[in-house]
Design a protein around this ligand. Structure first.
Ligand code: ATP
Ligand code: MG
Length: 745
């Protein structure tokens, strides 16, 4: 044929093109990191749109993070040329779930403006329930129950599906009842937690087949990225949505990599991938083997490491790069401060050589590792952004401000009201709040409604009644100002052949002005203005930043929805900045240069994971290492500190076993010195030092060439014979630093 190939296909290899063009029927793309799985998904959507098989609103596509969803939209727009008019159903499982629930909220006993609870709110609610049941929170922590409930929700279990035995010994078997109470309480609060965003959808689909049938008609194509990390609830949700057609004809395409399954602890099931072919008989399976991301050295390091895992499907990966590239570097440093200094220096060096900060990332195992880097970068004046981890929106003043806004937007939100009812101090102590709670529980109404009821009684002291009456009055007037005057507009779209909704909500006062007004009138701003602590100025600045950021949203509801859903902090996206994030949130991303600090036993692999899940836990940690290494395109720099303080206690650290699993011929020392009580690297695996006595150190590798040691306690000694021909010389590095240089006699 002479048919001309559309542009978007020309950049793909044969297997990728096959995956894009196999439009009808189930498809599984199973392939290693950097082989273009996400690119295939994006191109597939472009193809569906260009060939007019479906409208943007008829494609359901699931990404793992909000950031990934944004990027995918941009790329599709580029491929299709013209702007893609919205892809309303492109997002994370949670954001799509929330969207569906809001459309049918009344069917699951919510209103469409329901609040999405975060973990803090959730814990507060559980504590209330424990209190009501006279269960001792010290003995049966709320957090533990939250974790238990989370795992039920991840497995798609409603309260009726949970039996008393499922909660084990927790609260002497009352877990199942607490779960039912909790769900009932959420309805009163007009709220859902993260797990509900899917669980309630599943319930909706099961109880209202006509609603489900509508979605069957709507979604002509379904696509899922990072399928290896889907959990049972997500799987059930997808299955239900795919049931519009016989399984063998379902237009569902999932892509994934079993080696990158890193959310087992959150209920993800790699088995979902293996089950796909069974659930969708006749599914086409395509493997991609060419890696377009990383150099040969990086790929070899990653592949060698992951080969230590047993339960694998096994895949081969070949690089598409001509050059082997730089070796993977392993640096041993004295402590985390030196680690941050070294990384900072490296970054500045690359920057001087013309590389952008955007092309560099630091991927940590635990978010507590971030602070040291942040501080160093502030000192150096290096721009950085923290993705995931403790975020802007989790700061105290921001959470307080958001609590005010939530009560204004959803007066039933009692958890938010509780948070700020006495902030700033209004003389409404715990006992008053307790009375409010009791009334709210007894009458089964929201906290605000209970407050109104109490104003008509003598139960509270006159002074507190006056204060509360004033506060309730304020909330009423703010809510009035927040109410949109024009509602949703519908317009028949000829192209799509259906009604499109245009949200045109105009409140009497722009919501960001209202926010400022609320902060001022409530006395919240004044509270920090009169506060003498060193942080208060920063808090006031954060509040300003919050109000400013609200301008980016069309409505207060839209803003609050965003806050509830953001997993990624997306401030300053446009600026050139180094990214700092956890390994978990780095999935799917790529950077020219990747720093992987903290490769020490206990930290990485994490002791907790190994204690809790044994060998399976270790394998999940190893997959995490694989994810980390394969984020790098040109350069991967691993480091370990010989001393690390955890929970304020200094401990000497043992190098991560993962270091030993890297192939020596692709690894190089770029150490600032291993040392006294530490570990040396040279030309691969290298020298092991005896912690108690460096002079007893053993050199294991013949290829050993050089290791430098920062010497803490024996500064300035002469050449020391280590063993045979090996000697160590001390090298003065200026200032307080000195090092050992090892060499042959
Ligand atoms: P991960 O498993 O890490 O999510 P992935 O399989 O989704 O990786 P992509 O992110 O889609 O891989 O692709 C990795 C990189 O390779 C991207 O920069 C992408 O643009 C590029 N790439 C993919 N396919 C090709 C190709 N055929 N030609 C050139 N570059 C490609
Ligand atoms: Mg991907």
């Amino acid at each position: 044929g002479r048919q001309q190939q559309p542009d978007y296909l020309s950049g793909l290899n044969e297997e990728q093109r096959d995956a894009v063009l196999s439009i009808d029927g189930p498809l599984l793309v199973l392939a290693g990191a950097g082989t273009g799985k996400t690119r295939v998904l994006t191109t597939r959507i472009a193809h569906i749109l260009t060939t007019k098989r479906a409208w943007p609103s008829e494609i359901l596509s699931v990404t793992f993070t909000n950031k990934a969803a944004r990027e995918m939209k941009e790329r599709i727009a580029k491929l299709v040329g013209a702007s893609v008019e919205g892809m309303p159903w492109l997002g994370t499982f949670h954001s799509i779930g929330a969207r569906i629930l809001r459309r049918h909220a009344e069917l699951v006993d919510l209103r469409s403006d329901f609040t999405i609870l975060d973990t803090d709110d959730q814990i507060r609610l559980i504590k209330q329930l424990l209190d009501a049941e006279n269960i001792d929170e010290k003995r049966w922590p709320a957090k533990q129950f939250a974790g238990m409930m989370d795992s039920w929700k991840n497995r798609g279990l409603l309260p009726k599906d949970v039996s008393p035995a499922d909660s084990g010994s927790y609260a002497n078997g009352r877990g199942a009842k607490l779960y039912a109470d909790y769900q009932a309480r959420l309805k009163v609060l007009n709220a859902a937690d993260f797990g509900d965003l899917l669980l309630e959808c599943i319930r909706l689909f099961r109880e209202y087949p006509d609603v489900l049938a509508d979605y069957h008609k709507r979604f002509k194509y379904m696509l899922v990225d990072e399928y290896q990390d889907s959990n049972v609830a997500q799987y059930l949700w997808l299955r239900l949505l795919a049931q519009g057609k016989p399984a063998s004809q379902a237009n569902i395409c999932v892509v994934g990599d079993d080696d990158q399954s890193i959310y087992g602890w959150r209920g993800a099931e790699v088995d979902n991938i293996l089950r796909f072919e069974k659930d969708f008989p006749g599914a086409k399976v395509i493997k991609l083997e060419r890696n377009y991301r990383s150099t040969a050295n990086i790929l070899k390091a990653a592949s060698t490491l992951i080969a230590y895992n047993e339960g694998r499907l096994g895949k081969t990966l070949q690089t598409d790069m001509g050059e082997k590239g730089e070796p993977v570097s392993v640096t041993s440093v004295w402590d985390s401060a030196e680690e941050a200094r070294t990384v900072g220096d490296d970054i500045e060096g690359y920057q001087r050589a013309g590389e952008t900060l955007n092309s560099m990332a630091i991927l940590v195992r635990a978010s507590s590792q971030m602070r040291e880097f942040e501080e160093r970068f502030i000192t150096l004046g290096l721009n950085y952004r923290v993705i995931g981890g403790p975020r802007f929106y989790e700061r105290r003043e921001i959470r307080d401000a958001i609590a005010y806004l939530r009560v204004v937007s959803n007066p039933s939100d009692g958890l938010s009201l509780e948070r700020i009812v006495n902030v700033p101090k209004r003389g409404l102590g715990d006992s008053t709040v307790q009375i409010l709670h009791n009334t709210s529980r007894a009458a089964n109404v929201s906290l605000l409604a209970a407050t109104r009821m109490l104003l008509e009684t003598e139960e509270l002291k006159p002074k507190q009644r006056t204060t509360l009456r004033e506060l309730v009055g304020q909330f009423d007037s703010w809510s009035e100002l927040a109410k949109p005057r024009n509602f949703v507009e519908t317009r028949f779209d000829e192209d799509i052949g259906e009604d499109v909704y245009i949200d045109k909500e105009l409140a009497p006062v722009p919501h960001w002005e209202l926010a400022q007004q609320i902060l001022d009138e409530s006395g919240y701003t004044a509270m920090w203005q009169t506060d003498k602590s060193p942080e208060s100025q920063g808090r006031l600045e954060n509040l300003k930043e919050l109000v400013r950021s609200m301008e980016e949203f069309e409505t207060l509801g839209g803003f609050l929805e965003h806050i509830s859903l953001v997993m990624d902090r997306d401030t300053a996206e446009a600026e050139d900045a180094v990214s700092i994030m956890t390994l978990h949130s780095s999935k799917g991303l790529e950077f020219n240069t990747v720093f992987l600090p903290g490769w020490e036993e206990g930290l990485f692999p994490s002791q907790r994971t190994m204690d809790e899940s044994g060998r399976a836990g270790l394998e999940e940690e190893r997959r995490l290492a694989y994810v980390g290494i394969t984020r790098g395109r040109k350069r991967v720099r691993v480091s370990m500190a010989q001393n690390r303080s955890t929970f304020g206690r200094w401990q000497s650290a043992i190098p991560s076993r993962f270091l030993d699993e890297l192939p020596p011929d692709t690894v190089e020392v770029t150490d600032t010195g291993s040392s006294y009580g530490g570990y040396g690297y040279g030309g691969g695996a290298a020298a092991r030092f005896n912690k108690a006595d460096p002079f007893e150190s053993v050199y294991e590798t013949p290829g050993w060439q050089r290791a430098r040691a920062q010497q803490a306690s024996r500064k300035g000694g002469g050449p020391l014979t280590i063993e045979g021909d090996l000697v160590a010389r001390s090298v003065d590095l200026g200032g307080d630093s000195s090092a050992f240089s090892f060499g042959e006699r």
